[in-house]
Ligand binder design. Structure first.
Ligand code: MGD
Ligand code: F3S
Length: 874
């Protein structure tokens, strides 16, 4: 019997089941899956002709068989109005995951809306509006009319600066090129909204400004580089749990030494040694544990730095490597500028860095050697640098990001096989929007403006500040107060009187109230304060395009209906635009109304063709039909042409790919220039794809690595080194917080949970494992606080307080805890200060607080395992 899934047998997928391309819409990795659907009253048979796998299912299958799926991969959903069986299982042919699933993606089917099997019943099915003191269902027309009238009224009084927006900017679930274009065209095209923020941070900005300012886009390598690298440097990331199949399918082969053939084939003229791994992280993660088990302890170095001190380490690396002459001089001369300035400005001795970071001089020296000391035969080491939230949401984001890119540039490791300096990423990407230049830099600190009473109407798209913002407690207190003012005003209006309703809302807005519109797939925590909920469709319920961490773009095909009357976000944005146009026209503002033209889309493909196809680099080559034909492998952005068709002039190419199939890559010509004679793989065509009505038979040619030609994203094409001096804990108040409170409240993700658990909170597998957010603690600290495993604790400081469940682990250093981030039952953001960097990037990781026991472990904790998460080779 499958775990609490009430299934004791699973239907056989029939041979003629419909097949759809799916990219897991959860994390950045974007694993390829296939969705199979078929009529509810049928199933396949065991004979090879009767099932999708084409094998005799009456026979025992081997351990690695593909002719299998798990109960979590099964559901019954609606498709074109009818109930159908669905199986969503990993695709062996996808080059990203080669058939691997993760504990998140392999549950995509059971995380789908199914009235038949009672899964995700929380999904919104209809627009809802605040009426009679509660949220009540209504129709699209009614809801959108109110949204448009209040929005127009606020704009009339306060200008467009009175409209505040929170919106995702990514791909995958709640995002994708269609939806970022839809929202972008509304707020940056029809309007020029300035008070806008991104889903996970309080302003509209890049999380990685520095690398971009240096001319180095943050997703510049390909996943295969992790298989080719001599050394991998990982900073502030825990990829086994957070980029799972990238780690399992592309790091592990290198850690185990099984990618050696690939190395020899692609780089025949240099020696190849087993890989070395350096992980910079104040805590010991299961990723470090896995690296040690797979590669051997002597090849893995954990640099457990003092929280927030990465910058000093990177500057010391640069200084030492430059002193030793291990830099790539030819590359620096040909393709970069300001190297000498940066080396002089950032000079940091090993001793100074040791004092700041808490590492030993030997550790810093040895890690620099692993990064840059030439291999035997004086061959230059291939080092890949990868970072994520430990850096991005860490101390002094901008400079620290720049300091790491400095080291990668100095050692000539960008744009070359086995190299790269990349963020590991969170969601997939799917950004296509009109220019945001009017937002300015630094962008408005939207959360603070809301706290300070600014704005009259707030449109929220697929994000939940209540769980995922910094300074969350204060934000919630103020937001509730402001939106309650409007709720009370709305409740006082007699039935059916729209003008009076709008007047009452505006009266409340003038008194400091805020009208809140939440576009989401579920009722969120911030939504409890909202006045209107607009139900959105998610991936699989609409056609959706996005790209992953190696810029691999695919189309997830619609395989089921959205719940009830839910719609794709791009169409919701279009309908808001249509209604604003109507309302402005009715009020005699024809010129304003005209700005909302061009939203006559009826499908998500219309939005895609209007947005990505017309506006993104290489977009002219990309259509749904071509993507569909290229399956789960897609192509790597930017597109530079069509095989058998026109070829564009994409710069930064060299190393181009079509949808790579295993075995397709052949050795291409060496690209000469700044890089010297680097071998660059070029892909050949795969087998001809099936012709489709709009040219699907032509394969899109993509770009395997950026900057392989040594030309960077600056006016003169040269990458710029950055001066990045150490300035302590940079965000206001952080040092004082550290001095005052006993515990580091480090925080982040865990394997089971996707994001703020917005879907997981209705899933037994996750909720039984984590009924409350854990806080990992050193056992000695727990003893001192009289805590047993699973006891409930309060975490508090001057920013606020929150609650968690104590989880003992020897891995935690004394007085250094790690709390699950963004969990509904205990929001870590409550204790994160409002302190940000100069570009309004939050600093979650450096948080200090005190801890006290609240209660013994509650009932839900009974039966929970607190065993070590470490695993051994045996
Ligand atoms: P985190 O757990 O946030 O995950 O992916 P990651 O960045 O890999 O943090 C990574 C590490 O930063 C932690 O181990 C923490 O100890 C370390 N850290 C803390 N302080 C410092 C410091 O001062 N210096 C350094 N060097 N490291 C420090 C996040 C990524 O995960 C994101 S952004 C998203 S949106 C996705 N979300 C997600 C999810 O919700 N669940 C799962 N399972 N996977 C996910 N993948 C993505
Ligand atoms: Fe999904 Fe693969 Fe990530 S299965 S959650 S995209 S590792």
């Amino acid at each position: 019997m499958a775990y609490k899934r009430q299934i004791d047998r699973l239907p056989i997928i029939p041979a003629d089941a419909r097949e759809h391309n799916v990219v897991c819409h959860y994390c950045i990795v974007g694993c390829g899956y296939k969705a199979y659907t078929w009529d509810i009253d049928r199933q396949g048979t065991t004979d090879p002709a009767g099932n999708k796998f084409g094998v005799d299912l009456a026979e025992q299958q081997g351990a690695e068989t593909e002719a299998w799926y798990a109960p979590s991969m099964y559901n019954i959903v609606r498709q074109d109005g009818k109930d159908v069986h669905i199986v969503i299982k990993p695709d062996k042919e996808c080059i990203v995951n080669s058939g691997l699933g993760s504990i998140r993606g392999a549950r995509m089917a059971e995380m789908s809306y199914s009235p038949v099997r009672n899964t995700e019943q929380q999904r919104l099915t209809d627009p809802m509006v605040w009426r009679y003191g509660q949220m009540q269902p209504t129709g699209w027309e009614d809801a959108l009319d109110l949204v448009a009238r209040v929005t127009a009224a606020v704009i009339a009084e306060q200008g467009e600066d009175g409209l505040f927006v929170s919106a995702y900017d990514h791909g995958g679930a709640g995002g994708g090129y269609e939806n970022t274009w839809g929202t972008g065209k509304l707020y940056f095209g029809a309007m020029k909204v300035k008070n806008i923020r991104i889903h996970n941070r309080p302003a509209y900005n890049s999380e990685v400004h520095a690398t971009r300012d240096m001319g180095v886009g943050e997703l510049n390598n390909c996943y295969e580089d992790a298989e080719l690298a001599d050394t991998i440097v990982m900073v502030g990331a825990n990829s086994l749990e957070t980029q799972t199949n990238y780690f399992l399918n592309h790091w592990i082969p290198n850690l185990r030494g099984t990618s050696i053939d690939k190395k020899q084939a692609q780089m025949p003229n240099e020696p190849h040694e087993p890989v070395r791994v350096i992980v910079v992280d104040p805590r010991r993660t299961v990723t470090i544990n896995a690296c040690e088990v797979e590669a051997g302890k002597d090849r893995v170095m954990h640099l457990a730095i003092n929280s927030g001190t990465d910058l000093a380490l990177f500057n010391a690396w640069l200084t030492y490597i430059a002193e030793k002459g291990w830099v790539d001089k030819a590359f620096i001369d040909a393709a970069t500028k300001d190297f000498d300035k940066a080396v002089a400005g950032n000079r940091t001795s090993l001793e100074e860095a040791a004092r700041i970071t808490g590492l030993t001089v030997d550790q810093i020296r040895q890690s620099a050697e692993w990064i840059a000391q030439p291999k035997s035969g004086n061959a230059r080491r291939r080092t890949m640098f990868a970072y994520e939230k430990g850096l991005i949401w860490g101390n002094d984001n901008y400079r620290t990001n720049g300091a790491l890119v400095n080291v990668a540039l100095a050692t000539g490791n960008i744009g070359r096989p086995g190299g790269g300096c990349v963020r590991l990423g969170g969601h997939q990407e799917g950004y296509a929007r009109p220019s945001d230049a009017h937002v300015g830099r630094p962008a408005a600190y939207v959360d603070q403006l809301l706290i300070n009473g600014k704005g009259g109407v707030h449109h929220i798209w697929g994000c939940d500040h209540y769980k995922t913002t910094l300074n969350a407690l204060q934000f919630k207190q103020v937001y509730k107060k402001r939106t309650d003012l409007v709720k009370d005003a709305m409740s006082a209006v007699p039935w059916g009187d729209r003008p009076r309703m709008v007047a009452a809302i505006m009266d409340a807005v003038r008194k400091g109230g805020l009208f809140s519109v939440d576009v989401d797939i579920i009722p969120t925590q911030i939504g409890q304060a909202s006045h209107i909920w607009l139900p959105a469709a998610t991936s699989g319920e609409m056609n959706l395009t996005s790209m992953n961490g190696e810029r691999r773009m695919r189309l997830t095909e619609r395989y089921m209906d959205p719940p009830g009357r839910a719609m794709p976000d791009c169409l919701i944005a279009a309908r808001i635009a249509n209604n604003l146009e109507r309302v402005f026209r009715e009020s005699g503002k024809a010129d304003v109304a005209d700005r909302f033209k061009g939203f006559d889309w009826t499908t998500e493909e219309d939005a895609f063709m209007d947005g990505y196809h017309q506006h993104e680099k290489g977009g002219e080559f990309v259509t749904y039909a071509r993507l569909r034909a290229m399956g789960t492998n897609g192509f790597q952005e930017p597109a530079v042409g069509l095989e058998g068709g026109p070829v564009g002039t994409g710069s930064s190419t060299g190393g181009t790919t079509t949808g790579q199939q295993p075995g397709m890559v052949v050795q291409g010509p060496a690209i000469e220039g700044a890089r010297g004679k680097e071998p660059v793989q070029q892909a050949t065509a795969g087998s001809a794809a099936a012709p489709t009505p709009t040219g699907g038979s032509e394969r899109i040619i993509g770009t395997k690595r950026l900057y392989a030609d040594g030309k960077f994203n600056t006016k003169d094409g040269k990458a710029v080194f950055m001066e990045t001096q150490w300035r302590g804990l940079q965000a206001a108040g952080k040092q004082a917080e550290k001095d005052k409170f006993a515990f580091l409240i480090n925080n982040g993700r865990t394997n089971h949970v996707w994001q703020s658990a917005y879907l997981d909170q209705e899933n037994d597998l996750v909720m039984d494992r984590w009924p409350f957010p854990f806080i990992e603690m050193n056992p000695q600290d727990m003893t001192e606080l009289n805590l047993k495993p699973g006891d409930l604790v309060e975490v508090y400081n001057d920013n606020g307080s929150t609650q968690a469940m104590a989880y003992p682990t020897e891995r935690a250093r004394p007085k250094q805890t790690f709390m699950l981030f963004a969990y509904p039952m205990g929001v870590q953001g409550n204790v994160v200060s409002a302190g940000v960097n100069e570009f309004i990037i939050p600093n979650y990781k450096q948080t200090w607080g005190n801890i006290r026991k609240i209660a013994d472990a509650p009932e839900a904790v009974r039966g929970l395992s607190f065993k070590s998460k470490e695993y051994s080779a045996s």
